[in-house]
Design a protein around this ligand. Structure first.
Ligand SMILES: Cc1cc2nc3c(=O)[nH]c(=O)nc-3n(C[C@H](O)[C@H](O)[C@H](O)COP(=O)(O)OP(=O)(O)OC[C@H]3O[C@@H](n4cnc5c(N)ncnc54)[C@H](O)[C@@H]3O)c2cc1C
Length: 499
């Protein structure tokens, strides 16, 4: 098929790109290797259950935010349920029910024993930085390369961006010390847990503006999607098709080459042709698809930054429902010991489906997706048996942590227990080494290089969470949308950026 633009991969990065391109009238072909969209943020069926594969809690669903705008514009058939608390964080001797507002969060931390003065100083910095950065993240046109309204918006917002600039490249630990909040244990616990799942780094070393902005994710339209996160991915895929785009499921791109000024993509025995290709892939996977050796130049730098990141170890559980469980969907973040690194089963994120949530589990049962991080380096180069033993040890620790901190989840009986590992993610999302964490956003200026779309060749662009900061479905979708605009010339910087 001939298209204006081919998107390889229907993760949220690819979906955001394909929808934006189709919306602007381009003829779009979206190729997905699996039979369903969403990638790391999909929902899959197994043994009569429907589990979220990785992501469980999506931001950007609040009024006027990106997914909400797309839902309204495209009439997306999704049901969204606000949560309060959004997440409950449990550690030895401490439970923090994290509400969907910044003021509520401050009140929760005060009630947990934080001192008021340093806490308020910390949140004053947090508010200044997050209020400056989030409006930019609500709209792809407000990201470079700007469209005209985006440029005007940014010029107007420039004075507000100054507080963020002061902390750019510096670690969150510096903000804690500058505000005298470093000794506030409940705040520290919250930040360590939050930074691990959002910026993929310890709070001490996380890049401050990114971490301070991420702290607002609870208050920025984080909600439960009925049927699982995959329902949103399916709805976005449907919107691409409704706008004339072609979605080919179970169509893995197996080759990518350039001929006659266009890209030829081989998938399922067909060769598709377009002047622009957006690859929702890791840079090392794109190089392999092009039949090249390891990436070189900027792509090599990017792939080694991704390799310094994380894989995920998972449990997909089904449990008997009972009165001790909340009726609605719930998210629990469990910590073994705040003094230990928040990885490898010492910190898990558990998401419980709602009672009677359509299609998730037979009546009287609920499903739970449980995840933790594992440093990719720990598995790399190990023989398969050693890898399996390490992963199994992490899974045992995850089960023990659930039994200790959230015994109510298991009180109705465990009906199904399927483990997942980086190998599972490699198999299903085809990410090399099961690398799902993107680039860890530790302190440093390097992240600001990613502000412009990432070209990998003439008319060839990367999208997804390895190139756009913020390891989330929202950030991936926003980054994809921004790159599609740039690639199709929907911004003044078009000529400069088109490879
Ligand atoms: C365990 C875990 C928990 C998470 N929790 C959350 C959360 O609660 N909330 C949140 O917002 N984010 C969460 N995230 C992060 C979020 O899921 C990801 O950042 C985001 O979904 C990444 O999207 P992507 O488009 O970059 O990549 P992917 O989701 O990896 O999408 C890539 C797609 O490309 C397809 N593909 C690959 N190769 C080919 C090929 N050759 N041809 C065709 N198709 C191909 C894959 O099948 C896949 O569908 C979590 C991630 C993990 C791993």
């Amino acid at each position: 098929m001939d298209a204006d633009l081919i998107v390889i991969g229907a993760g949220f990065g690819g979906l955001g790109a394909a929808l934006t391109a189709a919306d602007s009238g381009a003829k779009v072909l979206l190729l997905e290797a699996l039979s369903y969209p969403g990638g790391c943020a999909s929902t899959f069926g197994k043994a009569g259950y429907r589990f979220d594969a990785g992501a469980t809690l999506v931001s950007g669903l609040g009024p006027g935010q990106l997914f909400d705008r797309w839902a309204r514009r495209h009439g997306l058939p999704i049901a969204v349920r606000p949560l309060d608390p959004v997440v409950e964080l449990r550690a030895p001797g401490l439970r923090l029910a994290l509400p969907p507002s910044r003021e509520g969060l401050v009140a929760t931390l005060l009630a947990a024993g934080c001192e008021e003065a340093p806490l308020r100083r910390f949140f004053a910095v947090q508010a200044a930085v997050a209020d400056a950065l989030w409006p930019t993240l609500d709209d792809p046109g407000r990201l470079p390369p700007f469209d005209l309204p985006g440029l005007i918006f940014t010029l107007k917002a420039a004075p507000k961006l100054l507080p963020a600039l002061r902390w750019a490249g510096r670690p969150l630990g510096a903000v804690l010390r500058a505000t005298g909040a470093e000794g506030q244990a409940p705040l520290r616990l919250l930040l360590d847990a939050l930074c691990q799942i959002t910026v993929q780094a310890r709070a001490e070393e996380a890049e401050a503006p990114l971490a301070l902005s991420a702290l607002d994710y609870l208050a920025r339209g984080a909600a439960h999607v009925e049927g699982g996160v995959g329902a949103l991915a399916e709805a976005l895929a449907g919107a691409v098709e409704a706008r004339g785009g072609a979605l080919r499921r179970a169509s893995r791109a197996r080759g990518l080459r350039r001929a006659g000024g266009a890209w030829l993509v081989e998938a399922r025995g067909e060769v598709h042709r377009a002047p622009v290709v957006l690859a929702n892939l890791l840079p090392q996977d794109l190089a392999a698809l092009r039949g090249e050796g390891p990436p070189t130049g900027a792509q090599a730098r990017l792939s080694s930054r991704v390799e310094a990141g994380w894989g995920a170890v998972m449990l997909y559980l089904a449990v008997g429902d009972h009165e001790g469980l909340p009726a609605h969907a719930a998210h629990l973040e469990l910590v073994e010991d705040p003094a230990l690194p928040f990885v490898e089963g010492a910190h898990v994120f558990c998401s419980l489906s709602g009672r009677g949530e359509v299609g998730r589990a037979p009546e009287g049962q609920r499903v739970i997706t449980v995840s933790t991080h594992i440093l990719a380096e720990r598995l790399r180069g190990q023989p398969p048996a050693a890898q399996a033993a390490l992963v199994q040890g992490v899974q045992d620790r995850m089960r023990a942590l659930i039994a200790a901190r959230a015994p109510e989840l298991l009180a109705g009986g465990l009906r199904y227990d399927a483990p997942g590992s980086p190998r599972t993610f490699q198999r299903f999302t085809r990410r090399a080494g099961g690398l799902v964490g993107g680039v860890p956003r530790a302190a440093g200026w390097g992240h600001y290089r990613d502000l412009l779309p990432t070209a990998a060749g003439p008319g060839l662009w990367l999208v997804g969470d390895s190139v756009f900061p913020g390891q989330s479905a929202l950030a991936a979708a926003l980054g994809g949308a921004r790159t599609a605009r740039a690639a199709l010339g929907r911004g003044p910087a078009r000529r400069l950026l088109r490879g």
